[in-house]
Write a new protein. Structure first.
Length: 739
């Protein structure tokens, strides 16, 4: 139960206070936006090897950013996240020339979160600014060896173009030749109190000239790279000494703040600026396991078809937490460098639907659509009131929703306010960068004096779970600026009119797949399949064999579309069937193929009921136990039905006429199979003696009188020339034993 706090003040001073708070919110937001320059930016990650494909991606996005900045009259900032890799020098040379010569209307920033050595360093040197993690290192382009003369000259000339005033020719030589010594000097010019101290990186020859020829005032000098050492420099070292880096940062968020970029700049385009392949999936109505299977199935299908933009059209009041969480984690786990995910909310997304939306890279809402209220309800009390799940039991949900917020660049405090109604969130401003964000009191105190505490977010001060509309969601940095319809969404996402935005909804096929994946239906399909095979062996009409095949086909079809089975399970099952057929009709009595076939079929049925092969957690072991239990229940059902059918099937009027007994058997009134009906020329052979003409292993040939007949041994091998006797005939299968 939750308690209500007074929402309306009785005295006029309370109303005045509320107005002042709202005014402060607007003032702080306006001031922050006024201080931030009007920029448009884009992050592009260069992972590992820089090849032609990576270069093309940078060119497309860089030129697109340049055109946009020129058309909108804004400053363009291209942030290249550079990592270590084994790139060819001619590739980094080509990319560096593009950045310095062709992309002139955009500020290029190299973001180095981890140590980078080798040829990839050249791309960082081609940028206007370099931002490094304090613990990362940059340099050693030749990886312990000196570059050849032409490559070294290119790097020095690149630095001499003065794209980055934190670089120098001496630094470039130190990075390209381990034997080069680099000295950091501080030179004083001017007279006190107007003297100026300049920091330079010089070679020993230049240092001597400064001392002996120019007689410069050098109060400080230090060798920062000795001959024979790798020319690498850490971010903290470079920042302290004033060379190489423009600033240090520990995350992409800090880089974004340094250049006053919006959150959308961090969302990388997986198409590299090309036309996206779009798929729209509708998340509508109550979220339940049926919808869960539908969404997961269509995500897998869209990704398999090469979709680079998934739009989830969300209109739902929520529903089952586990189904919502599974969908959300499936979306969040998609690689953002390959698939861009967007939640489009035209009307409302509450509870589990809001959780799913928060897992997407971007959220676009109608200005008046509703979003939030992710409270967990235990049950409905008398009178229609909800009983909320206690906060102490909401640990997994709290952790999950804050993880989504951090991963997608949204304020975790506001996400938490959607789950815990007592959460109070404040607008804060970064003391150094002016960035506006939203935090709880605990987060503000944890950061020390880094953030300036502002007014409380009014929607979190009413003892209710946070619920906001599209306009407010954009102001609170949860969603993108709102859109009124799909046409505006299409324009904002850069989707051409040729591509359809019609959402894929649930059909009767999805409902059928859901029902077929119910545990009791899966057990029933296995039982019917095996019983169909059993009856077919006794009543060779073909009808029951087809029925058995349909049952197993439905089982694997539903498992495949339900996400628990793949080609491995199907192949194992087919191999098992082939082994059993070999045991029954080719090499009877050998048992190896029979046992192997049975084990393969059992393994395939178990694997088709779960998403893993080897369990690694308690949850996996629980699923495995259920899979084995279901199969055991099915096999027990088969045994019981087989016993019943074996006893009563011959007495059933329809089947009794189909199941014929061998001639001479004491069967009462049951119809018997006439000897001449056993096969052309084989009827009189029953009980006859003859000679094995080949080794029976166990199949071979035997001679009875003047006839040569294909026969099968009843068990052990029979040598050629041995006397044999026909003991049974099943259709055209003649079984003999050694006399």
């Amino acid at each position: 139960m939750f308690t209500e706090r007074a929402q309306v003040k009785e005295d006029r001073w309370g109303a005045v206070t509320i107005l002042l708070v709202l005014a402060a919110v607007q003032l702080l937001s306006g001031r922050a936006s006024a201080e931030a320059p009007d920029v448009v930016g884009k992050f592009v990650t260069l992972e590992g090897t820089i090849d032609d494909r990576a270069i093309s991606r940078v060119k497309r996005q860089g030129l697109a950013l340049q055109n946009r900045a020129q058309q909108e009259g804004r400053t363009g900032v291209l942030v290249l996240q550079i990592s270590k890799g084994t790139s060819q020098f001619h590739n980094v040379q080509g990319l560096a020339n593009f950045l310095t010569k062709d992309l002139t209307g955009v500020k290029k920033v190299a973001w180095v979160p981890d140590t980078v050595t080798g040829n990839n360093v050249v791309v960082a040197l081609a940028c206007n600014d370099i931002v490094m993690n304090p613990d990362a290192a940059l340099g050693d382009i030749g990886l312990g060896k000196a570059l050849d003369k032409d490559e070294q000259n290119f790097v020095v000339n690149l630095v001499n173009r003065r794209q980055n005033n934190k670089l120098s020719a001496a630094l470039a030589l130190g990075m390209t030749d381990p034997q080069t010594e680099v000295i950091l000097v501080r030179i004083q010019t001017g007279e006190p109190p107007n003297e100026v101290t300049e920091t330079r990186l010089v070679l020993p020859k230049e240092f001597n000239r400064l001392q002996k020829v120019d007689r410069a005032a050098i109060p400080f000098s230090q060798t920062i790279k000795h001959p024979g050492t790798a020319g690498t420099f850490t971010g903290s070292q470079a920042a302290n000494d004033g060379f190489l880096v423009a600033a240090t940062a520990t995350s992409r968020d800090e880089v974004r703040d340094l250049y006053h970029l919006k959150r959308e700049a961090m969302l990388e385009d997986p198409t590299g600026g090309a036309e996206p392949v779009v798929r729209v999936i509708k998340v509508e109505g109550e979220i339940n396991p049926l919808l869960q299977g539908f969404v997961r199935r269509h995500i897998d299908q869209a990704v398999g078809e090469g979709a680079s933009l998934l739009i989830f059209e969300v209109d739902s009041p929520g529903g089952d937490y586990f189904a919502s969480s599974d969908i959300a984690n499936t979306i969040a786990d998609l690689d953002p460098k390959k698939v861009r995910t967007v939640a489009y909310i035209p009307k409302s997304a509450y509870s589990g639907a809001a959780l799913i939306s928060l897992a997407c890279d971007e959220i676009y809402m109608h200005p008046e659509s509703k979003f939030g209220d992710i409270g967990a309800i235990r049950n409905l009390q008398h009178g229609g009131q909800f009983e909320w799940v206690p906060e102490k039991l909401l640990g997994p949900l709290k952790e999950e929703i804050q993880t989504f917020a951090r991963k997608k660049g949204r304020p975790p405090a506001l996400a938490l306010a959607m789950v815990i109604k007592e959460t109070e969130v404040f607008q804060v401003k970064n003391r150094d960068t002016g960035r506006v964000w939203y935090m709880t009191d605990a987060e503000i105190h944890q950061k020390g004096d880094e953030w300036i505490k502002g007014p409380i977010v009014p929607e979190t001060d009413n003892d209710q779970l946070l619920t906001i509309n599209g306009t407010r969601a954009a102001e609170l940095l949860i969603a993108e600026p709102p859109v009124n319809n799909k046409d505006e969404l299409r324009e904002r996402l850069g989707i051409s009119p040729d591509q359809s935005l019609n959402a894929v909804g649930q059909t009767w096929v999805d409902a059928l797949i859901f029902e077929l994946n119910q545990p009791y239906v899966r057990v029933l399909l296995i039982i019917l399949g095996i019983i169909g095979v059993y009856i077919e062996l006794h009543v060779p009409s073909g009808l029951f064999g087809i029925g058995a095949g349909v049952c197993f086909a439905l089982f694997f079809w539903a498992s495949y579309l339900g996400g628990t089975a793949g080609w491995l399970e199907f192949v194992l099952f087919v191999c098992g069937v082939v082994c059993l057929l070999i045991e029954f009709f080719v090499l009877p009595g050998l048992t190896v193929f029979g046992v192997s076939g049975a084990l393969l079929m059992i393994a395939s049925l178990i694997l088709a009921s779960q998403t893993f092969v080897i369990p690694h957690s308690e949850a996996d072991y629980a699923v495995l136990s259920r899979s084995v239990g279901s199969l055991a229940a099915a096999l027990m059902g088969v045994v019981v039905l087989a016993l019943v059918l074996n006893r009563f099937l011959p007495k059933i009027p329809l089947f009794g006429q189909l199941i014929l007994t061998p001639p001479g058997a004491e069967t009462g009134d049951e119809p018997q199979l006439a000897p001449e009906a056993l096969g052309e020329g084989t009827g009189p052979l029953l009980g006859q003696s003859g000679t094995a003409m080949t080794v029976l292993r166990p199949a071979g040939k035997a001679q009875f009188g003047e006839e040569f007949v294909d026969v099968v041994s009843d068990g052990p091998y029979i040598d050629a020339g041995s006397d044999v006797e026909v003991i049974s005939i099943e259709g055209n299968r003649i079984v003999v034993r050694k006399v």
